[in-house]
Design a protein around this ligand. Structure first.
Ligand code: DAT
Ligand code: MG
Length: 150
């Protein structure tokens, strides 16, 4: 079965507000496999690279201030269709438009404090995983595999 990996990040507000376990719990309970996790106080240069496609946006400086304001929890989750499904689980970028039941819809109100990041394509996921986890991810066998996948 073709497995995908996605880069998920609990942003500084999620760490400050004690929402890390809620974000992890959603992915864990869904059945995805955690293959990397760490607490990071990211350098501005790392975030500038991560958000390179947004550098000309008016909100970019405030995005950098927000994202460098405290530690983040960086993770890689693996599973079938995890990139697109992970985005659905996060909800819309602007929490005003995020459906209840999504992570942003349930736990946030403003776009500049939307608590989590998720890769938007398989290609960007691979780029972001390399950027945040140069040391690589962990290869392990989940005993639940046969209870999650046919
Ligand atoms: P997403 O995080 O859903 O992939 P994005 O990549 O377009 O959204 O933007 C990255 C982050 O930048 C987003 O999570 C919050 C912030 N952002 C996006 N659009 C914004 C806006 N119009 N005003 C303020 N912040 C914004
Ligand atoms: Mg994005």
């Amino acid at each position: 079965m073709a497995m995908e990996r996605t880069y998920i990040m609990a942003k500084p507000d999620a760490v400050q507000r004690g929402l890390v376990s809620d974000i992890i719990g959603r992915f864990e309970k869904k059945g995805y496999k955690l293959v990397a996790l760490k607490l990071v106080k990211p350098a501005r240069s790392l975030l500038e690279e991560h958000y390179d496609s947004l550098k000309d946006k008016a909100f970019f400086p405030s995005l950098m201030d927000y994202m460098t304001s405290g530690p983040v929890v960086a993770m890689v989750w693996e599973g079938k269709n995890v990139v697109a499904t992970g985005r659905t689980m996060l909800g819309a970028t602007n929490p005003l438009e995020s459906a209840p039941g999504t992570i942003r819809g349930d736990f946030s109100i403003e776009v500049g404090r939307n608590i989590c990041h998720g890769s938007d394509s398989v290609e960007n996921a691979e780029r972001e995983i390399k950027l945040w986890f140069g040391e690589g991810t962990i290869d392990w066998s989940s005993h639940s595999q046969g209870w999650i996948y046919e």
